[in-house]
Design a protein around this ligand. Structure first.
Ligand SMILES: C[S@@+](CC[C@H](N)C(=O)[O-])C[C@H]1O[C@@H](n2cnc3c(N)ncnc32)[C@H](O)[C@@H]1O
Length: 179
């Protein structure tokens, strides 16, 4: 069981590499089931399995990737079949943020590209009440308890969800709801 809380490089979902622990998927399932998200946006596609997981729940799903498309042909076909919007765009360019965020709400925004600290800073002001923002790689690339991030959290009325459980279960996720 403890293996489900550890990140392995060869973890898969639907036969495709996913860069999440299985414990994170369990928590994401609970969050999605408790909320009626209309849209999910994933910033950072990787190999393309996490957006498959999201889209299977029925919300409109967008996944953004910068320049290189790392998806296998089989995964591209799966994305087309599930009507996932795969978009090649630099999500860290400030001029793209408003357009990326102009979607139906409530929104689940999953931050998982090359600079999570910057993503959190750029995208949080665009959230609306009831939206969730989830940031990956806690204490590796994202530090929720730094002075700067605590200030962003406070200024934007963000409430942390199941913070200790996320840590205990090795999810590497920090989950916030906008109030
Ligand atoms: C850690 S992987 C994503 C893993 C995926 N979310 C998963 O859970 O399986 C990070 C991805 O973000 C992409 N990326 C990095 N910087 C980016 C940027 N500025 N804009 C869009 N995508 C970016 C990388 O190319 C890589 O595919």
């Amino acid at each position: 069981m403890d293996g489900l809380r550890i990140r392995n490089q060869d973890e898969t979902f639907a036969g495709c590499i996913i860069q999440q622990t299985y414990s994170a998927l369990w928590h994401l399932e609970q969050i999605i089931m408790k909320n009626k998200f209309k849209t999910v946006i994933e910033l950072g596609t990787g190999h393309g399995a996490l957006c498959v997981f999201f889209s299977l729940h029925g919300q409109e799903t967008f996944t953004y990737q910068w320049e290189n498309d790392n998806r296998e042909i089989r995964v591209k076909e799966l994305h087309e079949c599930l009507k996932i919007h795969f978009v090649l765009k630099d999500v860290l360019k400030e001029c793209n943020v408003k357009e990326i965020m102009s979607v139906n709400r409530p929104l689940l925004l999953f931050c998982d590209n090359g600079n999570k600290e910057k993503e959190f800073e750029l995208y949080t002001p665009e959230l609306k009440k009831g939206d969730y923002i989830i940031v990956h790689d806690r204490e590796i690339e994202f530090f929720p308890n730094s002075e700067k991030n605590l200030d962003i959290e406070k200024r934007n009325n963000l409430i942390r969800i199941n913070d200790q459980e996320m840590i205990n279960d090795g999810t590497l996720l920090t989950v916030y709801r906008k109030d």
